[in-house]
Design a protein around this ligand. Structure first.
Ligand code: M6R
Length: 614
């Protein structure tokens, strides 16, 4: 939700900032802007629309050469996506420029106060107030760092702020509360950004900024203090991926690249989890065994695709651990007064590790003394930092707004957690756990088989280009797969799509079916129980009403193929593992259809990758 960057050093600030914004555009793309200091004055450009609009503006009207600047790519909250509302925002005296990510909740009161002082606002944003407050502080003789600290003490809400002062050469200041900010530490140059991807080509050394901290960077120094002014300890770390991971590598879209990266991402997430004695070991699990043994309920909390991963995990976790497991949408969790206490294990799932709804759920759970385990893909993000333990998914950077490898690796990490709990509580023997982990380890190859057969899905997308509505049905773990297939289609193809529990159709949604309506049916593996046959019955019911059925079923499933207008064969895997292979054609279908319709797959309208507001 908004990408922000700051740079001081010998390179061209405009170049560094524009390159950095390009790699953070997934965070928000309804306007962009930058400001630099040149000859003791601020100069800036900002433009509504995608970053290309700003780049075009800079071609026509370049900025002066500078080695100190800030930039922003926006996902609008206060005020529409116009040139005026684009960042940076300037103080009335032209001395200060500010970029902001987040929401300043007491903005109305601040604006009224500033207007009473005679300040005339140029935009409808909450962010502009910060520029005016900062210049008021500087006018009293405060240095830039102190002035920013004092402004932060007046703000409520979530914010990362980066500020430039025309009269403070070679330095930039920034602050964070409830919103991400990292420092990139270079040689004779330093960076500030929402995401390490923006400076990864220049340095892989980074420092996480803690909650309620302010930082000042110069080319040769990084100084971090709390809002109260105390020197804060810093947490340096090394980023374990490089520029190539943040580039498209020959694919048309990041999403397509990330779909194809799934076998590798799943394999990496499983790597090193079994110790020499064959026991499952989760190095990052910092909750002691006694506490894990006393858990009598698990609540999984997440949003969007991560929530769907949680819905799938529930089946496996309850099956393996026999602990009751609830799954809840994070934005609903704390507002219903949930029953959470020290024996409730709260598991949060978040690719970005910055989702505000999930973060607030964690804080609520911890207030009730519940231990919290985060499943997260982003090293050092706020969610893992505020949790008692973390299981990292090793998917590498996920840039496409529609989550793909994030989803499959989240399922795998949840499964590892379920097996670990079963092992530590003595519900499963070590060899049973090891056998299941071995079955999981076979999945990357099986996912690759699905990827190798996707031509058929590309053809299917061509055939369905005129579809107005698409349904998805499944039972058991196939139900959340149906929900996720529908979400992918909604978010990038802007198509009406719904996922249903197959058994629920007859209670209402079956009325939607009309001749030719495409329905994806996720058929479970042919097992010992009646699950498979029940879905076959549902398949016949929709076909009898004229639906055009696209059936995902395991190889050799004769019964399923009889009722399929289009059959997508899946490798033979256990029921609980089927989501990892079944989701791949659905992700690809959405990507392909959106491409054919001419939509921007990586930056769908109205969305942002990292949702840092509630
Ligand atoms: O970063 P998170 O996993 O916490 O994000 C949660 C959702 O915002 C995210 O999964 C969203 O639904 C995706 N755009 C879905 O593709």
């Amino acid at each position: 939700m908004c990408g922000i960057i700051g740079y001081v050093g010998p390179r061209s600030a405009v170049q560094v900032i524009m390159d950095g914004l390009r790699r953070m555009e997934y965070r928000g793309y309804d306007s962009a802007g930058l400001a630099v200091v040149a000859d003791g004055r601020l100069a800036g450009r900002k433009k509504a629309g995608k970053l290309t609009n700003l780049a075009a503006e800079l071609e026509v009207d370049p900025l002066p050469g500078s080695h100190q600047g800030i930039g922003h790519t926006r996902w609008a909250t206060h005020g529409g996506p116009t040139d005026a509302n684009a960042h940076p925002h300037y103080s009335a005296d032209g001395r200060v420029a500010v970029v902001h990510n987040g929401i300043i909740e007491n903005f109305t009161a601040l604006r009224h106060r500033l207007e009473a002082d005679g300040v005339v606002f140029q935009s409808q944003t909450d962010s502009e107030a910060v520029a005016h407050l900062l210049s008021q502080g500087l006018a009293t003789g405060l240095d830039l760092l102190t002035a920013l600290r004092q402004v932060c003490l007046q703000l409520d809400g979530a914010f990362t702020l980066v500020a430039l002062d025309a009269q403070a050469p070679d330095r930039i200041v920034a602050a964070r509360r409830n919103s991400p900010l990292v420092v990139g530490v270079g040689q004779g140059e330093n960076f500030l950004a929402s995401d390490v991807a923006s400076f990864i080509e220049h340095t892989r050394d980074a420092i996480e900024l803690g909650q309620d901290q302010v930082v000042e960077i110069t080319p040769d120094s990084v100084k971090v203090v709390t809002f109260a002014g105390q020197v804060a300890p810093t947490r340096p770390y090394r980023i374990d991926w490089d520029l190539s991971a943040a580039e498209k590598g020959g694919y048309d879209w990041f999403m397509r690249k990330e779909i194809y990266e799934q076998p590798r991402a799943v394999a990496d997430t499983l790597l090193g989890r079994i110790d020499a004695d064959g026991r499952l070991c989760l190095d990052e699990m910092r909750i002691d065994r006694a506490k894990l043994r006393s858990v009598d309920k698990i609540i999984i909390v997440a949003c969007g695709t991560a929530y769907h991963a949680g819905l799938i995990a529930k089946y496996a976790i309850e099956h393996w651990t026999r602990i009751p497991c609830e799954v809840e949408i994070a934005s609903e969790f704390r507002y219903r007064d949930p029953i959470v206490n020290a024996s409730t294990l709260v598991v949060t799932i978040s690719q970005s590790g910055e989702t505000a709804d999930t973060l607030m759920a964690i804080r609520h759970a911890r207030e009730q003394h519940a231990p919290v385990v985060a499943i997260c893909n982003t090293n050092g993000a706020t969610i893992p930092r505020e949790s008692d333990a973390v299981i990292y998914t090793h998917a590498g950077p996920e840039i496409g707004v529609a989550s793909t490898k994030g989803f499959t690796t989240q399922i795998v990490a949840c499964y590892l957690l379920g097996l670990y709990l079963a092992q530590e509580r003595g519900i499963k023997f070590g060899d049973e756990v090891a056998a299941l982990v071995r079955r999981l380890a076979a999945l990357p190859d099986q996912m690759q088989q699905v990827l190798d057969g996707l031509d058929q899905v590309a053809e299917l997308a061509r055939r369905q280009i005129e579809a107005r509505s698409v349904l998805f049905i499944g039972r058991h773990v196939g139900y959340p797969v149906a929900l996720e297939g529908a979400l992918k289609l909604k978010e990038i193809s802007y198509l009406h799509a719904e996922g249903f529990a197959a058994g629920e159709l007859k209670h209402g949604p079956i009325a939607l079916i009309e001749p030719g309506l495409p329905i994806f049916v996720v058929v479970p593996p042919q097992g010992r129980d009646s699950l498979h046959d029940k879905v076959i019955s549902n398949l016949q019911e929709v076909r009898a009403r004229g639906a055009w059925t696209i059936v995902l079923a395991e190889r050799g499933d004769q019964e399923a193929s009889r009722w399929a207008d289009c059959l997508i064969e899946l490798p033979i895997v256990p029921t609980l593992f089927q989501p990892l292979v079944a989701i791949v054609p659905l992700q690809f279908f959405a990507c392909e259809l959106a491409t054919l319709k001419g939509y921007d797959v990586d930056q769908p309208r109205n969305l942002a990758k990292s949702v840092t507001v509630e």
